[in-house]
Design a protein around this ligand. Structure first.
Ligand code: SF4
Length: 486
């Protein structure tokens, strides 16, 4: 579906989806400068999953357009439905898939129902209302009732199918949403940035909104403030990062206690973090040596995993080995990257053998990683492959989580202590601009779709390795920065 022209007053299923995710997103979809939108691999991953789910549902490939519908084909795509909603609102929908069902339509003894693919287990409000809008516009098109739609999900265990009743209750919710959306689009300024900034990671408008949030000092910019905490702070008259930085921590703690102990306990931390971000301060929190384990190490390993959550497969175990120089210094340019691929979940014991060999080859070298994933994964794999407890402990004792070490020793003027944000603040640059975990996952899935004999020619795997290697190098950049501080 293309972008809605600026002057049109049609509400499409796409616009409704945007609005249900974030009111500001729908407004920007209609009035924003589309050149400021940023691509993100998440949508491509969704479409890939949708495609696989649809193929699992149908017996034959879906066919396109009205003619296929008239002929009563099993699955229909590429259809545009139009109609009118409450208060004469013009509506348009492009159902992802229509599936032929029993019943009657103006073309004969068959009917259709809308189908959507869901990503997670739970059906979201956005998905329900989307089905409902499709059903609403499908009824006059078929000249018959559409009592329910399907929400499906391909999983490792098979295809999950959920029947969704398109009842009065859902229709009322749809009407309400369409009316509210239509009102929102009459405004000349965009709605405020959402409180739940987690949504922004996947949104194409994140560049515009992140820049605005930083410029105004939006509360959500303060590390540790999510949607709920922001609401609470606003109810106390603290609306911006600057307000929080100027608040007396003891007063704030006593006010926040009323909302739950956990909020009160974090008051000091929130004010200190806001101050650090406002003033660009860095503050040491612990005077002890930061990385004593590396002091006398002959070398280090850096470990980073890439995963496919749908397949529950850690498809790449990236290791970088770095030997200490004769003069005691480190030269990351001499680091050697060792990617270990795990093609399918079932191949994991073979992958474990290769990983174990590497860990044994560089015996006693500390293993640096960023976040908990690597230590959780390595202990799980070791247990599953019957490594004795004592040996598992030895491996785990070699592992150093650079993320938690940073948090323990430093307060920094950054809005996230994630690897991208922290390494970027230190000055590290990824070779592939804009690459991230979802991107690596997309490349992986695309590479797996290439015929085995053509895989060597595909550049996808090279891009994944480069991205993963960069994550190792970024972990090193943070480690190096920590070591430089003693
Ligand atoms: S980036 Fe965030 S605030 Fe901006 S439109 Fe997207 S979800 Fe809404």
């Amino acid at each position: 579906m293309g972008k809605i022209p600026l002057n049109t007053n049609v509400i499409s299923d796409r616009l409704l989806r945007s609005w249900l995710r974030c009111k500001r997103k729908a407004w920007l979809d209609r009035f924003g400068n589309s050149q400021e939108k940023l691509w993100n691999a998440h949508r491509a991953l969704e479409l890939d999953h949708q495609h696989k789910s649809f193929l699992d549902l149908l017996h034959s490939k879906p066919e396109k357009g009205l003619n296929a519908c008239i002929k009563g084909k099993e699955g229909i795509i590429g259809l545009r439905l139009k109609g009118f909603g409450p208060k004469g609102i013009k509506l348009e929908a492009h159902p992802h898939l229509l599936q032929k069902t029993e019943g009657q339509s103006k073309w004969g003894d068959f009917s259709y129902r809308p189908v959507i693919a869901k990503q997670g287990k739970r059906l979201t409000r956005e998905q329900k209302l989307n089905l409902c809008l499709n059903g609403f516009l499908l009824e006059p098109f078929l000249e018959n009732k559409v009592p329910y739609g399907l929400a499906i999900r391909k999983t490792n265990q098979g295809l999950e199918i959920e029947h969704v009743q398109l009842n009065k209750l859902l229709q009322n919710q749809l009407i309400n949403s369409l009316e509210n959306l239509s009102e929102e689009l009459k405004k000349t300024i965009p709605p405020p940035i959402t409180s739940d900034r987690k949504k922004c990671t996947l949104c194409s408008w994140r560049g515009v909104c992140n820049a605005e949030a930083a410029a105004i000092g939006h509360l959500s910019e303060v590390n540790g403030i999510g949607a709920r905490r922001r609401e609470i702070l606003q109810s106390l008259g603290i609306n911006l990062l600057k307000d929080l930085a100027e608040t007396e921590p003891i007063d704030l703690a006593s006010k926040l206690h009323k909302f739950g102990e956990q909020h009160g306990e974090i008051a000091f931390e929130l004010v200190a973090q806001a101050k650090a971000q406002l003033n660009g301060d860095i503050e040491r929190l612990n005077p002890d040596k930061i990385l004593p384990e590396i002091n006398f190490a002959k070398g280090i390993l850096i470990y980073d995993i890439e995963s496919d959550p749908d397949e529950r497969n850690d498809f790449l175990h990236g290791l970088m080995s770095l030997k200490r120089e004769e003069n005691g210094s480190w030269n990351i340019k001499k680091g050697r990257y060792h990617p270990i691929l795990n093609l399918e979940k079932k191949d994991e014991s073979y992958t474990w053998k290769k990983l174990k060999m590497k860990l044994e080859k560089y015996q006693d070298w500390p293993i640096l990683h960023y976040g908990e994933t690597e230590i959780i994964t390595i202990s799980r794999m070791a247990k599953k492959n019957n490594l004795p407890e004592e040996d598992i402990s030895k491996i785990c004792n070699r592992m150093i989580d650079i993320h938690s070490r940073t948090r323990e020793y430093w307060r920094l003027p950054i809005n996230s202590y994630g690897l991208k944000s922290l390494a970027g603040w230190i000055g590290f640059k990824w070779h592939q601009a804009g690459a991230d975990g979802p991107n690596a996952l997309l490349w992986w899935r695309q590479w797996k779709q290439v015929k085995i004999e053509d895989r060597k020619k595909s550049t996808k795997l090279k891009s994944i390795f480069e991205y993963n290697k960069d994550d190792c190098l970024a972990t090193w950049a943070v480690t190096n920065w920590l070591m430089s501080k003693g």
